[in-house]
Design a protein around this ligand. Structure first.
Ligand code: ADP
Ligand code: MG
Length: 260
């Protein structure tokens, strides 16, 4: 594949981990809201057919007629599906149609580049674009890693959560070799952190060295507030402004500012 000329503009960060329930979607919604609070122009891309990000930002996926699925298949321009959300962020919504996208893309040339190409026209309109990946390492996640400058890996602070990180990093190495030389692992984001647990503390102190990766700080505490936020279509930064979870996401976003 010849080198492609990239559009300039927003820093694109993929949030991925092929394990479910590690707080990918929560992190995308919360970091997105935090960047918006910091005055950044933010676009969030829901790349999961379960459309949890879309739902949690107050958009009913069942009512979405044209979604990221249609964008990836080249049927509509990305700008035509972008929704403005109350959290001050823009969203490329998902819908159940996305469940069939991979099957169609598999028969197409340059299938790993379709998201990057779709984002190019709007990249100049944003400072940061966050991509919420599905719990798999399929073609859609490869698209996210190909479009991205950086990867954030949310990981709960439990031993079993390590399983699969090696495989994810192997995929990153392949993406760097074949698809996107510039992809950089920004770091592991420790999530669902219980500061009272010795085990969680041990996992937190070991994980960076184990994978030779930066660990973003502070860890995101486990708090019941997160379960409540999606029900009202806002992130925890709006529903629970001063909670320790909201504060932690704000601090992580601030630490990422030099990149965006
Ligand atoms: P993923 O996108 O990786 O599958 P989610 O962001 O959907 O993960 O989170 C999985 C579940 O964990 C959700 O019910 C969410 O509300 C909850 N959750 C996420 N972060 C926290 C947290 N810091 N404390 C408590 N619950 C959380
Ligand atoms: Mg999710």
């Amino acid at each position: 594949m010849p080198p492609r000329k990239r559009a300039t503009g927003a820093t694109i960060l993929a949030v991925a981990n092929q394990k479910g329930g590690v707080a990918k979607t929560t992190s995308v919604a919360s970091l997105g809201a935090a960047f918006a609070e910091l005055g950044k122009r933010v676009l969030l891309v829901d790349l999961d057919a379960q459309a949890c990000l879309t739902f949690s930002l107050g958009v009913d996926p069942d009512e979405v007629e044209e979604s990221v699925h249609h964008v990836l298949l080249g049927q509509v321009e990305i700008g035509d599906v972008v929704v403005e959300c109350e959290d001050g962020v823009h969203l490329v919504p998902s819908s159940i149609d996305l469940a069939g996208t991979e099957a169609v893309l598999l028969g197409r040339p340059a299938r790993e580049y379709v998201l990057q190409t779709a984002l190019d026209p709007v990249r100049k309109d944003y400072d940061v674009i966050l991509i919420d990946c599905s719990p798999s390492l399929g073609v859609l996640t490869l698209n996210a890693l190909t479009a991205a400058n950086g990867l954030i890996i949310p990981m709960p602070c439990e031993m079993l959560s390590h399983r699969g990180v090696g495989q994810l990093l192997d995929t990153v190495a392949d993406v760097k070799r074949f698809l996107n030389k510039k992809l950089e692992v920004v770091g592991i984001l420790p999530t669902l952190f219980d500061g009272r647990s010795n085990h969680a503390q041990e996992v937190l102190s070991d994980v960076g060295e184990r994978y030779d990766l930066p660990v973003l700080s502070p860890p995101i505490p486990r708090t019941v507030r997160f379960a409540e936020a999606p029900a009202v279509g806002r992130s925890i930064l709006a529903t629970s402004r001063t909670s320790k979870g909201a504060k932690a996401y704000r601090e992580v976003a601030e630490s990422l500012l030099p990149r965006v």
